[in-house]
Design a protein around this ligand. Structure first.
Ligand code: AQP
Length: 338
């Protein structure tokens, strides 16, 4: 009975490569506590990955690794539904219907589409443009009310709301209209090499990104090379708009150590960037090491991962089928003759 009144949460990560500290602090880490309060579905959104070119064998490997990572980060298959997007065919089918209530102009205005079109100028495919409609489908299929994402995905959730409201107005109430759940401090972790840009899995500069699989040496090396500034004053470790590199490191430090940014500023007063960067590295390493050990253990047990994914797909399909049948009926498609 209690389950029936729980709000539903949906979110996902693309298996496009090595998951970054940005993905973790901006998204995955914030999902864990939600499991106590909400009915959560967490998805490995593999269909989204295809919008940029993938090596098929690597995509398969990344998909398993991301599933193991979800569990290693504290997502509990006994409480939440963990599944692979392509295992529930309704995602792609609902996306087609939602396409018919989404305007080309809206999709052309999406920041991610413009960014990725610039980065992949030789492959501006329809999937890249349609990405937000598939994301709307992911969310609306489960009648999710809350969508925990990083700042870069807020625009897509807003479009999802517009699509849901438009569909509801045209065909009568069908979809829950979702809201973003944004974690303040981790919402946008920046590149270590260009602190005005977000940290991104697909960044070709490996020094810009800390991945969840980086070992202690790699984490320390990347943080020592992180861009700061030439300030040599006693309070150079300061969170402020004119110090984007230092502010980013302070955010990372605070999120990984549990120490507030203000307290950290006091702790590092009179100490230079070298000492500060080493402390950031220690804090990050202490977060990553237990996750890495658990992910390794899980990946050695492929049968377990498969059983989680099998069960997740069954649970997700059950909800997805209901929503899609309702949508097909509302738009006037004739139900299958049995
Ligand atoms: N730098 C970031 N800071 C905070 N949150 C972030 N997210 C991504 N980067 C940061 C959040 O992570 C979740 C999963 O993202 P995704 O895999 O669906 O795709 P993305 O947003 O496009 O992330 P990437 O790392 O930049 O992937 P690529 O390079 O493949 O495009 C989302 O909730 C996102 O907000």
């Amino acid at each position: 009975m209690a389950d029936e009144v729980k709000k539903r949460v949906f979110s996902g990560v693309q298996p496009t490569g090595k998951v970054t500290l940005g993905n973790y602090l901006g998204a995955i880490r914030n999902w864990t506590p939600l499991q106590q309060q909400y009915d959560c579905l967490f998805c490995v959104v593999d269909l989204h990955s295809l919008t940029v070119e993938q090596v098929p064998a690597e995509l398969r490997k990344n998909t398993f690794e991301l599933t193991a990572l979800y569990i290693a980060c504290g997502l509990d298959p006994a409480r939440s539904t963990l599944f692979i997007q392509s295992h529930v065919h309704e995602h792609a089918e609902l996306a087609w219907i939602l396409d018919t209530v989404t305007y080309v102009g809206e999709l052309g205005r999406m920041t991610q589409f413009k960014d990725k079109s610039r980065k992949h100028a030789d492959n501006i495919n329809m999937g890249l443009m349609n990405y937000p409609v598939l994301m709307a489908s992911d969310i609306l299929l489960y009648q999710a009310e809350l969508v925990p994402v990083g700042k870069d995905q807020v625009q897509h959730v807003e479009l999802t709301r517009d699509i849901a409201q438009r569909f509801n107005a045209r065909y009568s109430d069908t979809f829950a209209v979702p809201q973003c759940l944004l974690s303040k401090a981790g919402a946008s972790i920046k590149s270590l090499q260009d602190p005005t840009a977000k940290m991104s899995k697909s960044d070709p500069n490996e020094n810009a990104v800390i991945t969840l699989t980086d070992d202690a040496d790699a984490v320390r090396r990347k943080l020592r090379r992180a861009v700061t500034d030439s300030d040599t004053s006693a309070n150079c470790v300061r969170h402020s708009a004119d110090k984007p590199g230092v502010s980013n490191l302070l955010n990372i430090y605070s999120l990984c150590s549990g120490v507030s940014v203000e307290q950290a500023e006091r702790t590092f007063e009179g100490k230079g960037y070298g000492v500060f960067k080493d402390a950031v590295a220690d804090a990050v390493i202490s977060v990553l090491q237990p996750i890495q050990a658990e992910q390794k253990r899980l990946l050695a047990d492929k049968a377990y991962i498969e059983s989680v994914l099998r069960q997740g797909a069954e649970q997700a399909s059950h909800i997805a089928q209901k929503t899609l049948a309702k949508v097909y009926r509302k738009v006037g498609l004739v139900p299958k003759i049995r």
